[in-house]
Design a protein around this ligand. Structure first.
Ligand SMILES: CC(C)(COP(=O)(O)OP(=O)(O)OC[C@H]1O[C@@H](n2cnc3c(N)ncnc32)[C@H](O)[C@@H]1OP(=O)(O)O)[C@@H](O)C(=O)NCCC(=O)NCCS
Length: 230
């Protein structure tokens, strides 16, 4: 199997397809959608600012930090398509493929505003044939866990999605049932539990149980001042 590392869970609950079939279907679907509606596929991914963070496109200077931080079983086993061990070549491919637009819809490097340090990644993926839903995913380097950085990054990402994409009514996310930190991030961002599912995990080498969460535009609007939730 190729060392694809689209990093996030994006399967529907209950699906038990192989990763290869899913990637194939995704690429066919993207091609047909691009033929039908080329304008809608050209998405801006603006740089996003929050109190402590800058979210921007990953670039070559990030390769060493990505390779160092992503080479962590605790991260790889919590996302669907990150290889483990994770090498500098994997990181270089990741950066190159995000530049080509081959991974996700917008992929961001999460960086510290004060010193530019690379902390991790987050991103958006379209759901084939579901224009009003996007799915988000994220990972952060272990040394940076527990400071509220992911919650801050996810909130600014969601704000951008709902403010700039009028057609999007729902933002989805999935986390493994054992992933208490990620579940907590989703709760703090206003996501609500929808149901259980199974997805393939490259690093685990099998299907894993996940929980499917959703944030509706209406709920986001009533949460727009995120105060007190970090
Ligand atoms: C999940 C992850 C992104 C969280 O990043 P983070 O920056 O530490 O997240 P935050 O600090 O914003 O929030 C984490 C929350 O989990 C809580 N937490 C930490 N350890 C916990 C535990 N063992 N059980 C329950 N909650 C826990 C923290 O206290 C915090 O909540 P609080 O603000 O109410 O105190 C990070 O741990 C990670 O990258 N993990 C591996 C990859 C991954 O899981 N990606 C998500 C895939 S769905």
């Amino acid at each position: 199997m190729g060392r694809h590392h689209l990093p996030f869970f994006r399967f529907k609950p209950g699906e038990d397809l192989t990763m290869q079939r899913d990637l194939q279907r995704e690429s066919q679907s993207r091609l047909s959608r691009e033929r039908l509606r080329p304008d809608q596929q050209r998405r801006d991914c603006p740089v996003l600012l929050s109190q402590r963070l800058v979210l921007r496109a990953p670039h070559e200077d990030d390769i060493d930090a990505i390779a160092h931080l992503a080479n962590n079983e605790k991260i790889a086993t919590m996302v669907s398509r990150m290889p483990h061990p994770y090498t500098a070549t994997d990181a270089a491919n990741f950066v190159e493929r995000t530049k080509e637009g081959a991974i996700g819809n917008c992929v961001y490097a999460i960086t510290k505003a004060d010193n530019g340090a690379f902390l991790g990644c987050c991103g958006i993926e379209n759901i084939p044939y579901e224009e009003n839903i996007v799915e988000i995913g994220y990972w952060l380097g272990e040394p940076y866990w527990g400071h509220g950085y992911t919650t801050e990054a996810v909130q600014v990402l969601i704000d951008m999605i709902f403010r700039t994409r009028n057609e999007v009514d729902h933002v989805d996310a999935r986390c493994r049932v054992v992933n208490e930190r990620s579940r907590r991030v989703l709760h703090k961002c206003g996501f609500q539990f929808q149901g259980p599912g199974m997805v393939q995990s490259l690093a685990v080498g099998s299907s894993v149980s996940v929980e499917w969460y959703r944030l509706d535009r209406r709920n986001w609007m009533s949460l727009k001042s995120w105060g007190g939730q970090r």
